[in-house]
Design a protein. Structure first.
Length: 243
């Protein structure tokens, strides 16, 4: 769904698979299972691709875009847990994967774990994300942690504010995927203005930027979305205290 977008649905339900289902699917036994379903509205797959999709090194991607091992590894992991995975797809109709994991009944023993206090601070943070709801959440989290916060919703606005008074800010937290200028591109521009500004990059998924690449270009922190209070707080303190 990379080019035109679409809908990705994920669900998890308890199921009791009977002998009829097991008879139709010989690689799974009757019993209690968790069914994980992942469906998309992408371009789908023809039957010849569907029949080979779990084969090692089989791929329909361009050279350099994949090894053809992803689904093979997934299949191996599911099988090693006593489960099974099935794929359903038609050209133009999207794809659906159903993964069955056997349910394990066990007694959970509660354990008292003493957590460290969440670190706080008073520094001035410049927070940028192009989604309004994420800006609101980020601002509330940072203010709860004690920080002074300035927010923006575009890379261009962030750069303009920073150029106007770069010494005003102690830290910049930026999203990676933004229109006009991505987070790593913005980081380069900010570092060109002030080479010692600590920057934390937030990303959900990106093939373009990795944690290693981020550090090499001078970005001090790297956080995966969604933002979690403790992870954010610890990343901020670690980044600021090491700067």
């Amino acid at each position: 769904m990379k080019e035109k977008g679409g809908v990705l649905e994920v669900s998890l339900v308890d199921l009791e698979l009977d002998s009829d289902f097991a008879h139709r699917n010989p690689d799974i036994e009757p019993g209690s299972y968790m069914q994980l379903t992942v469906s998309d509205t992408g371009h789908g797959m023809p039957s010849e691709v569907l029949s080979r999709m779990f084969d090692p090194f089989f791929s329909t991607k361009e050279a350099g875009e994949g090894t053809g091992l992803g689904l093979s590894v997934v299949h191996g992991i599911v099988k090693s847990h006593g489960g099974a995975i099935y794929a359903y797809s038609k050209p133009g109709k999207g794809s659906t994967f159903k993964v069955y994991f056997p349910t394990i009944e066990r007694r959970v023993v509660s354990e008292q774990i003493e957590e460290k206090p969440i670190p706080t601070g008073t520094e001035h943070v410049l927070f940028v994300d192009d989604e309004e709801v994420l800006v609101t959440i980020g601002k509330e989290m940072l203010e709860f942690l004690g920080y002074k916060v300035t927010t923006t919703m575009s890379s261009q606005e962030t750069l303009r504010l920073f150029k106007a008074n770069s010494e005003k800010f102690d830290l910049v937290i930026t999203d990676q995927t933004m229109p006009g200028m991505t987070g790593d591109q913005l980081a380069r521009e900010l570092l060109a203005v002030r080479s010692n500004i600590p920057i934390i990059l937030c990303t959900g998924f990106s093939m373009k930027i990795t944690e290693e690449k981020a550090y090499k270009m001078g970005i001090r922190g790297f956080i995966m979305k969604p933002l979690i209070m403790r992870e954010l707080a610890e990343a901020i303190r670690r980044t600021l205290d090491e700067s």
